[in-house]
Structures are given as C-alpha cells and as structure tokens.
Design a protein around this ligand. Sequence first.
Ligand SMILES: *Cc1c(COP(=O)(O)O)cnc(C)c1O
Length: 353
Amino acid sequence: MRSQWIRPTVRQMDGYTPGEQPPQKEQYIKLNTNENPFPPSIHVLRAISQVPAEALRRYPDPTCAAFGKVAAKVHGVTPDMITCGNGSDDVLAYALGALAGPEQTLAFPDPTYSLYPVLAKLAEVKPCPVPWDEPWQLPTKQLLQSGAQTIFLANPNAPSGTLTPIDAIAELLRRFQGVVLVDEAYADFAGVDCVKLLKTHANLLICRTLSKGYSLAGLRFGYAIGAADLIAQINKARDSYPCDAIAQAAAVAALQDRAHARASWKYVAEERKRMAGELTKRHYRVIPSAANFLLVEPPSQKAAEIYQYLKSHKVLVRYFPQPGLDKMLRITIGVLEHNDILLQTLDNFLESA
Ligand SMILES: *Cc1c(COP(=O)(O)O)cnc(C)c1O
C-alpha cells in the first residue's frame, strides 16, 4: 500500500478504540463496555424469530415507520420527529454529516465519548474539545466562545457518568446559534432526559440507543428525536436503508415492552448506589454517576496495574491511558454477584501487593 492512496485526514488520524470484546467462551466478567447485565425482553427474541422470509427477501422499510410510531408514542412526539440508524454511533455520524462540514467546528465538553473527535475528523470538521468546568460542570461560556457550528453533549456523560442539569442544557440551547446534539445513550439509567425541551428549542437534537437501556448492543439500533424539519434535513445524509428488517422488528418489540427494560434500570440504579458505597469504603474516589457505570480513582494511583490484575483474574473493566483519565477506572454496573466478584478481586489485589 502507498500512503498517498489514503485521504490525508484518514492517514493522520487514529481510529476509534472500542472496549475489548473477548470470545464468549473465555468467560470474563465483563464490566468494560457498559452493556446491560440482563438479557433483552423475551418479546424481542420472539419478534426476531418470527421475521418472515419475505421480509428478508425484500428491502426493509427505509423509513422505519413502525419503529417511528412506537418511539413517538413513548416520547410524546410525532413520528416525523424520529430518525433511526444502525446503532446511535451511525446516527451521530450522519447527523454530524448533515450539521457540519469542512472549515467548521464541532465543540464538546472534554473528556467525553472518544468517538466524537473521530467522527469530526472523518467529516473534515474540526474537533474542539472544551474542558469541563471543575467538577464536571457544563462549560457553557467556553462552548459558546468556541465558534463552533455544532455542539455534542453526552448526558449523562461518558466516561464520568455525570449528569448535566436540564436547566443548564436549556440555557445552552437558548444562547447557542447552532444545533446542540444531546447524546442520551445512558438517560434511561438517569431517569431524566431533555425530551420536553424539544417543545421550546428548535436547535435540540436528541440521540438515543437501544444498546444500553434495552440490552441490545448486539442488535445495532439507535435513533434521534428532533423537530420535523431538522429531522427531514438530517435524513438526507443517512444511508437509504439504515436499519435491517430484523433490527426494526426487534426494536419495535423492545419499546413495546418497556416494563422489562425499566426493571433493569431500577436494578442498575440500586447496584450503582451500593457499589459507590462499597468503593468509597475502600477509599476510592467515586464520581457521582447517573449512568450504568462508575468512574473511580483508586487510592493507590495504580489504575493501570489494577486493570491488569483484574484482567488476569478474568474481570474486565475499562482503562483509558490518556491524560486526565489514566489514574481512573471505569466500571460497568453488573449483576450483584459479578459486582461482588469485582470487589473481592480488588481486595485480593491489595493483599497481593
Ligand atoms: C455506547 C454509547 C453510544 C453508542 O451506542 P450504540 O447505539 O451502541 O452505537 C453512544 N454514545 C455514548 C456516549 C455511548 O456511551
């Protein structure tokens, strides 16, 4: 391969680094990629198994109309305010493609979801990370002064789990000229969201996923909610068949059985509280989280070592070897038994040291 074959932007950038996904037979306790610890609704599995051959022979519904109808009902909006994608990563990519281009800037509080700068670079958009005001407070003034065309805000944020109050988001929407995309991948676990702001702020775009709250990371289904005219423009930038027939059938069934998902949100919130307490007892600094994970700082400052120790004992957590995060670990909330194994392994690490 010659390096000239590759577009300069792509040649010079690092791709996104996803969390490890070891083969299932290796039997890790996986607390590293914020998956829901419970299986999806039985109605989802039934919907998948009942997809007729004819639905596979034909192209799927390009508009994902059945899903749009159910999602509109869930969120109290109209179906023309919904657009779908192959995971919310896909929605984020095509939304950005519609919102910003070369010579323009995408601002986002930093640290946040590390996919944002990758998506920006691919779209020839300049990424502008704006440090959070201490501690993890929305840097409204600096975001406004960044000269950005578009702002991405993960709420709750990843990897901190911190929640920006809805009032602060409303203020940003009021003062910012461009579109603010609020990535609500973890909103289900927070119990609050920005949906009601859609009534008053035409420059709000909300991104959702079934990966976390609905235990469907393997399905790849995400969607956005926004004003109908904004969604119509964004749809021009998406794939003509963004979601396959199986995913559409499963996604409809998932939203129709929210009670199943809701039980997992409640469980995770309770375990999150318990784990925060257990880790605090062990002198970890625990960042207050509204998501299904905790960002914690071990007292020993040995995050990298603890990560390796846990991994060698078949417990996976996430370690980010980058300034600002390299003294910390991000731990997904699992089922009680798995969380207890994590705590036990952390205690064993201390004794082994
Ligand atoms: C997990 C995650 C997503 C991606 O969700 P998919 O729908 O699985 O692509 C988006 N944003 C944030 C902040 C996430 O953590």
